[in-house]
Design a protein around this ligand. Structure first.
Ligand code: 5RP
Length: 237
């Protein structure tokens, strides 16, 4: 039986083949954030010069890319990307996801929105029939956090302000100098509607539902083989 890290490495190796098949040399690519993506960056290292540049979704990913010889471009330098690749905290049968467990949701969504297609890479523990068991991250402007928390509670959420891993007396602060509310207890059976509704709240920078920017393709190890799942383009949200 493979460990979760071995499965992440397996899917990362498959993702390298997929990327090199899909993209001609000197392409741009968008890169997500997280432990699965870290494996991907390491596996892609030998091909760093294959890419004209990489648009990164976090300071952590930028550092790892630069350490391995990739040219990192600012999102403002590109008009579009042929491909964005990232992990997920949950993914449903339509390719809708919860993301932001690592706190990078806003930049992830920005880079994903520049891309023609989104490939999600994850292990099978992330597959769900309905989103919501994983706490939904909502990135907020600090002065609006109490107001937004009250709204999230009014729709049935149990809300916790995320704390820094290194010091639980400090709030977690995102790359955008904002806070994250983690919301448990939501059954997200209409992800597009909830994503849109939360985006309307003053002070919400971004929420971790990726239904507008849902995955087009999923690479996931099942029975130790990586399966490729293409979601329908007329996805049912
Ligand atoms: C970070 C994310 C990650 O994609 C998500 O948390 C999955 O991470 P991992 O690959 O470590 O399981 O959204 O903000």
């Amino acid at each position: 039986m493979m460990t979760q890290d071995e499965l992440k490495q397996l899917v990362a190796k498959a993702a390298v083949q997929e990327i090199l098949t899909l993209l001609p040399p000197q392409s741009l690519i968008g890169m997500g954030t997280g432990s699965t993506v870290n494996f991907l960056i390491d596996e892609l290292h030998a091909h760093a010069s294959y890419f004209e540049g990489v648009v990164s979704s976090s300071d952590t990913t930028t550092q790892r890319l630069q350490d391995r010889g990739f040219k990192v471009l600012d999102a403002n330098q590109v008009k579009s990307l042929p491909l964005y690749i990232d992990g997920a905290d949950e993914i449903d049968p339509h390719g809708n996801m919860i993301k932001g467990g690592g706190g990078a949701l806003t930049r992830e969504k920005i880079v994903a929105s520049l891309a023609d297609q989104f490939i999600c890479i994850c292990d099978a523990t992330k597959l769900v029939s309905v989103l919501g068991l994983f706490p939904l991250p909502v990135e907020v402007i600090p002065m609006a956090s109490a107001q937004i928390k009250r709204f999230l509670e009014s729709i049935g959420g149990h809300v916790e302000l995320r704390k820094a891993k290194s010091d639980l007396n400090q709030n977690f602060v995102t790359d955008n100098q904002a806070w994250i509310l983690d919301v448990k207890g939501l059954t997200i059976d209409k992800p597009l509607a909830l994503e849109t509704q939360l985006n309307q709240l003053p002070g919400v920078i971004c929420n971790g539902i990726f239904a507008v920017q849902s995955a087009d393709t999923l690479l996931v190890p099942l029975n130790d083989n990586v399966q490729t799942i293409h979601f329908r383009t007329d996805k049912n949200n």
